[in-house]
Design a protein around this ligand. Structure first.
Ligand code: GDP
Length: 486
């Protein structure tokens, strides 16, 4: 019954939007990716490029001068935060600091006045919706009972390397009797230890990606509410749970989570998107090793499954296909020498080949790209002994360390990022480990992580205008909105 009501609500909502869109073509572009994938930087650079005219040779409408102007306009949804574009661009350009990362949903409207290919003056409205990928990974919970979710989460947490990180939580779990009377303190402790385990998995060295429920990591305004105070229990018997038991309490709260968090997100935001870019910090996963890459692969499978779920709603069948284009983008490509950019793309293609095929079958066009929304490095060949190494030059963020050297945020370093293998399978195979990771030219041993570098120094034109350097951002734009500007 719930599902039917949802479907009717969705249908009414889309019908209203559909008639508005007839007279005012609008694209709702979802920008998602797990925490620190690069969403905030991507949107800031994209909006700046549109509004200020970036150097976008592959973005045809802009390159050929058909865009008369693009400007920000008030957003359509009053209950959603506004993407804080002005502060972010100021941080990037004036302070050379990266903006604050996405922690919740926000949106921004850009209106583009352009000339169509056959010479008419037209307007396209672009609504950009920024939301944490962690929330997206919650969508599969809509089809899982508490018991299914609990046993799946437990199974995953017993596999290495997760099992080591789950020790404290497992110890506490072993003391809990699901059939004993409900107890708030036990629920609080279980939820805290379970969250700590999820956070540990997310920590840099593991970079695990598959971690629902998403709000445990990105609580937004729901921190400390009962809807977030539950955890998996080790259940040996079939349901239903005894009334008043800890099990019943956990199950009730899991249901609340689905009602208060997951369903509204699906209805109010996800189901309304037309196009989607999924940003992926593939380099972080590559650095963390094959386990993290496999995890990322599963997470991306689930993400792409969610898009099919979006298409299966009654309404998309009735009115128009939702999400007809999906771009999967490996971010921060400027950490690599350009000789590796295509390889990074190939790796992401390999990680998503199965799920991409499924999404394409369902009617969405999918493309894969490696990009840097803001290019913060330059390239140079550096001699080490007799070898010439293709390096990137950048200013590591203050406090970053490599081989015992601590950077002050002012000094430039030449970083040898290593070569990505031509065959992506080498990365997934723990035996081969062909990618040695990063090293500075001064260190002998490869360090298995990337250095965060500061945003670039920008060249101002005489009129004080600047454009942000990037890698393939224009190709992304062309795929995401180019056809709607024809
Ligand atoms: P979000 O959590 O997805 O919003 O991620 P952010 O956009 O805040 O990016 C997280 C961090 O990744 C930033 O603080 C930067 O250090 C880094 N980053 C993001 N995009 C780029 C890029 O294009 N180039 C470089 N070099 N670093 C980037």
């Amino acid at each position: 019954m719930d599902e039917l009501i949802e479907q009717i609500r969705l249908a009414t909502q889309a019908l209203a939007e559909f008639s508005v869109h007839l007279f005012n073509p609008t694209i709702r572009l979802g920008v998602t990716g797990l925490s620190h994938a690069g969403k905030t930087v991507f949107i800031t650079a994209l909006v700046h490029g549109l509004v200020r005219g970036g150097r976008f040779p592959v973005f045809e409408a802009m390159a050929t001068g058909r865009i008369a102007r693009a400007y920000l306009a008030p957003q359509p949804d009053d209950a959603v935060s506004r993407f804080d574009y002005e502060n972010y661009i100021d941080a990037l350009a004036a302070k050379r600091l990266w903006p604050a990362s996405t922690r919740q949903i926000s949106e921004l409207r850009v209106v583009v006045d352009y000339q169509s290919l056959n010479g008419y003056q037209r307007t396209l409205t672009l609504d950009i919706v920024d939301y944490p990928g962690e929330w997206l990974l919650d969508l599969p919970l809509l089809t899982k009972s508490y018991e299914e979710w609990a046993s799946e989460s437990l199974r995953l947490s017993r596999q290495l390397p997760r099992a080591d990180l789950a020790k404290h939580w497992h110890q506490h779990l072993a003391t809990l009797d699901p059939n004993a009377p409900e107890n708030e303190q036990e629920a609080l402790t279980a939820a805290r230890l379970f969250t700590e385990y999820l956070k540990a998995c997310r920590a840099k060295n593991y970079a695990m990606s598959l971690l629902p429920p998403g709000r445990f990591l990105m609580p937004g305004e729901l921190a400390n509410t009962p809807a977030l105070t539950f955890a998996p229990l080790d259940l040996s018997t079939e349901g239903p749970p005894p009334p008043g038991s800890l099990w019943a309490m956990m199950r009730r709260r899991y249901e609340s989570y689905r009602t208060v968090v997951v369903r509204p997100f699906f209805r109010d935001h996800f189901a309304r998107l037309d196009r989607q870019i999924v940003l992926v910090d593939a380099l972080a996963a590559i650095n963390a090793g094959p386990d993290a890459l496999l995890d990322l692969q599963h997470a991306l499978d689930q993400v792409l499954d969610c898009f099919q779920m979006g298409r299966r709603t009654l309404l998309s069948a009735l009115l128009r296909p939702r999400i007809d284009r999906i771009l999967l983008a490996a971010t921060k490509a400027d950490h690599l020498h350009h000789t590796s950019h295509d390889r990074l793309e190939t790796i992401l293609k390999r990680l998503t080949q199965n799920s991409t095929a499924k999404a394409e079958l369902a009617g969405a066009q999918v493309d894969v790209i490696a990009l840097a929304a803001v290019r913060a490095t330059r390239e140079a060949m550096v001699r080490r002994g007799r070898q010439q190494l293709p390096c990137v030059l950048g200013v590591p963020v203050a406090g970053e360390t490599i081989a015992g050297e601590i950077f002050d945020g002012e000094t430039e370093a030449a970083i040898f990022p290593g070569d990505l293998p031509e065959d992506p399978d080498e990365l997934l195979d723990s035996e081969k480990k062909s990618f040695r990771g990063l090293s500075t030219t001064s260190s002998k041993n490869a360090d298995f992580r990337f250095l965060r570098v500061r945003p670039p120094v920008l060249e101002l034109t005489d009129s004080g205008v600047f454009s942000l350097p990037h890698i393939r951002l224009d190709r992304a734009l062309q795929f995401l909105i180019g056809d709607r500007l024809e």
